[in-house]
Design a protein. Sequence first.
Length: 161
Amino acid sequence: MSTFRDASAEDVAAIEALIGRQLNGRCAVVVRRLNGSPVVIENEPHMRDGTPMPTLYWLIDPEINDEVSRLEGNGGVHRFEELIDPADIVAAHEDYRRRREAATVRVDGPQPSGGVGGTRQGLKCLHAHIANYLAGNVDAVGALVATQIALPELRVESVRD
């Protein structure tokens, strides 16, 4: 069994500044810009109050977020759904679900469900797919998003011992 390493106090402060509020649960930075700024965090599958958190990987970098939002605003979700083999989308959802289940510590209440961003089928959120992809996971949608936006140089970090 692996041990999840929480974000440092400095990372928590940076994350909360980026999202504009306090975090509702544990997380760790899994992708950073080369200057150390957090880009993607991995959330524990439950918030402190036990509420399920469907988003395991969360894109918090404001510049990348804005670029992905522009793609979504221009019909990117529907366009990308037509471009990606449905079997590849299903595979990303299944892998994401398995990763979230493996990271789940709490079993005393409702559990998060679905795949990338809580979706069971199709596409819902390009932000969740690019976060999953940038975290080093196989995600055809995230890979396609990455080709459509300007990405800075990034580094992936391990959050488990």
